[in-house]
Design a protein around this ligand. Structure first.
Ligand code: CP
Length: 323
């Protein structure tokens, strides 16, 4: 694995999940693997889980960890080629990444969608520049269109909660990715990415969202889309709750008349479904306290698995560096 920015960067998802579960059993088993090497974690946006789980994962491998909370602590970056930098930006991304190349053996970066210009976001205008100028492997800590370390953790979590390898289970789990309300326009990265990774798992995935909120067809592909949440939730084994804004009318929030917040009542038609969310969650907006604090929720387990998804990816990249 040279870079890690999407599911396409891994060869075999099932063996990656197995490796992650093995690491989870003994997280310090490869404690010297990263010795003498440095990972730079660059955050252009806020984070709790990604920042801390990546740090724990890197430390478990013996990596030296540099963390740059770039949006608060670094110079204001310029991304336009040929820009005359006589205004608000102080350092060109080309120079910043060239310097990171001098300090780091691996660069990991978080760069959210700007939600202002659809073309810039769809084309990954920031991540693509890190990939262009980096001379070391690049890992996405969430970019404009994808959140691969989150999705990998989601796959690990579903695997832990479904007996995929038991002969007695003769059906695939039904996984529902359901839109939920929010107070402001949210990017599509988590929803796109979850869809993409589930399409590589032995699951029956359906997406539920109101009219006007269909995701980018490039990610949806042949996945069934329901505009009736109750219909979609029937017999679900896993319900993944997430808000996203309109993709078609980019970043808009078309009015939704029905109440899409996930409640205990709505879970009654499921197969006692496990509920997932990447966090942070707006309680009693996206899902109710009752759901969040119930036995349905495997949300904290998901958050814990962020360590092992990151550690597995870092470990694979260290293997590549030493080969
Ligand atoms: N799920 C997730 O990426 O959380 P943070 O934004 O806190 O890193």
């Amino acid at each position: 694995m040279k870079n890690f920015t999407s599911v396409e960067d891994i060869n075999d998802l099932q063996s990656m999940i197995k490796k992650a579960l093995h690491i989870k059993e003994n997280p310090l088993a490869e404690g010297n693997k990263g010795k003498g090497k440095t990972i730079g974690l660059v955050f252009l946006n806020s984070s709790l889980r990604t920042r801390l789980s990546s740090q724990i994962a890197a430390q478990n491998l013996g990596l030296n960890v540099l963390i740059l909370n770039a949006s608060q602590e670094a110079w204001n970056l310029e991304f336009a080629d040929g820009a005359v930098m006589n205004s608000g930006t102080v350092e060109h991304v080309k120079d910043a990444v060239e310097v990171l190349n001098q300090y780091c053996d691996i660069i990991a970066v978080r760069c959210f969608a700007g939600m202002q210009n659809k073309e810039d976001d769809v084309n990954e205008s920031i991540l693509s520049q890190f990939l262009k100028y980096a001379k070391v492997p690049v890992i996405s800590l969430e970019s404009a269109t994808r959140h691969p370390l989150q999705s990998f953790a989601d796959c690990i979590t579903i695997n832990e909660n479904w007996p995929f390898d038991r002969l007695t289970m003769n059906r695939k789990p039904k996984v529902v990715l359901t839109w939920a309300p929010h107070i402001k326009p949210i990017a599509h990265a988590v929803a796109n990415s979850f869809t993409e990774w589930m399409q590589n798992m032995e699951v029956d995935l359906v997406i539920a969202n109101p009219e006007g909120y269909d995701l980018d067809p490039k990610f949806v592909k042949n996945t069934p889309v329901f505009h009736d949440q109750d219909e979609a939730l029937k017999d679900a084994d896993f319900v993944y709750v997430k808000n996203w804004s309109s993709f078609g009318n980019y970043a808009a929030m078309p009015e939704v008349k029905e109440n899409w917040m996930l409640t205990q009542e709505k879970l009654k038609s499921t197969q006692n479904a496990k509920v997932m969310h990447c966090l942070p969650v707006r309680r009693n907006v996206e899902l109710s306290d009752e759901v969040m604090d119930s036995d349905h929720s495997i949300i904290y387990q998901q958050a814990k698995n962020r360590i092992f998804s990151a550690q597995t990816v870092f470990s694979e990249i260290l293997d590549e560096l030493s080969s």
